[in-house]
Write a protein that binds this ligand. Structure first.
Ligand SMILES: Nc1ncnc2c1ncn2[C@@H]1O[C@H](COP(=O)(O)OP(=O)(O)O)[C@@H](O)[C@H]1O
Ligand SMILES: [Mg+2]
Length: 335
């Protein structure tokens, strides 16, 4: 089959002066694009690299593409940017991998996702949304549980998340939130800081979706104030160990797995996703966020590291995502 690959490269994106230095963090490297292309070709497909943005639009109109493998993050800092490419593909009636525009748009909006998830009774850290400076000055954070954590409402890849995102006092919360409002030009979410283990979960497939694995992210220098921040994600080889399967009690693992599948379902995710949880020091899981467009870098992405630790090859992982997607489109697989 002729498969188009939709992606946004760091080097193709424009770095606008005045933007935060992590502005391009979510975009992909040529290494990821090459690895996916090779995996698809090894499965017998021909691959057309479509790129992103205007280049993607030109390429998708010019080539006769049967199916798109989508890892595009989208343009701008709009909360629905991940929906851009799938929306164009739906308009052109071209099948594609991964979740649909509505799911992608919801999941990049952390507070909206949390509202939907809490409606099912799944635990998530207490939070307060601050939409602008004026509101930040007016709201009272007295009584908000401390320490707290402040993060941009519509980002991923730990953009805007540093070791200093954790605040010990109400004055510090206001300071961190004000800086985020200024630099990231979007609402800021203030959350109760959950101080125990960090866990990430991969889900694969549809009807039924299954948990591929649960991985614990362990700081080499153990600390209750650990944050899987931008600094840590950039230097992961020096700073963290990954434990998969996670060596946690069975009842905790069962709750995390059950919640993950329910969240995947209620948000309408498809094919694959990765979810982040923090555990309280007593081992109670709190849902942080879900990534329906989880990174697929062959070396550094958590989902891929998890798959390797469970004995998968990169090729097998990409094929599993592709096959999950193709099963949704019987017209692509017949004959
Ligand atoms: N409420 C919280 N309590 C403790 N740590 C948090 C909290 N929210 C985020 N973090 C830390 O910040 C990291 C990144 O936050 P996350 O919400 O997953 O954003 P991103 O979309 O950038 O991955 C988490 O993996 C975790 O280490
Ligand atoms: Mg995360």
């Amino acid at each position: 089959m002729k498969i188009g690959l939709a992606y946004d490269l760091k080097e193709a994106a424009l770095f606008t002066p005045g933007c935060p230095e992590d502005a391009l963090e979510e975009y992909d490297s040529p290494e990821t694009v090459e690895a996916i292309a090779t995996a698809l070709e090894t499965s017998g497909h021909s691959v057309v690299k479509l790129g992103g943005g205007r280049e993607f639009i030109a390429n998708i109109l010019q080539n006769n593409i049967a199916f798109v493998f989508n890892i595009s993050e989208g343009m701008g800092n709009h909360r629905s940017r991940e929906a851009q490419v799938p929306a164009i593909l739906e308009m052109l009636d071209i099948p594609y991998s991964g979740s649909d525009p509505q799911c992608l748009a919801i999941c990049l909006d952390k507070p909206l996702t949390k509202r939907l998830v809490t409606a099912t009774g799944i635990r998530t850290p207490r939070w307060q949304l601050v939409t602008d400076y004026r509101q930040l000055k007016e709201i009272s954070l007295d009584g908000f549980p401390l320490p707290a954590f402040a993060k941009p409402a519509y980002e991923g890849s730990s953009k805007g998340i540093r070791l200093g995102s954790r605040a010990e006092t109400v004055a510090q919360i206001a300071e961190v939130a004000a800086a985020l409002l200024e630099h990231y030009k979007q609402p800021v979410m203030i959350e109760e800081f959950i101080a125990g283990d960090e866990v990430t979960v991969s889900v694969l497939g549809n009807s039924p979706a299954k948990v591929l694995g649960i991985m614990r992210v362990i700081a080499k220098k153990r600390s209750a104030s650990f944050v899987y921040s931008l600094e840590v994600k950039r230097e992961w080889e020096q700073l963290v160990d990954y434990e998969c399967p996670a060596l946690l009690e069975t009842n905790i693992l069962d709750e995390i797995a059950g919640s993950s599948l329910e969240i995947f379902k209620i948000l309408g995710c498809r094919d694959f996703a990765r979810l982040d949880f923090k555990l309280s020091p007593e081992g109670v899981p709190y849902f942080l966020e879900i990534n329906p467009l989880a990174g697929l870098n062959p070396k550094s992405s958590d989902l891929v590291i998890m798959a390797y630790k469970l004995g998968w090859t990169y090729q097998a992982l990409i094929s599993a995502i592709l096959n999950a997607a193709l099963q949704r489109y019987p017209q692509c697989v017949k004959g």
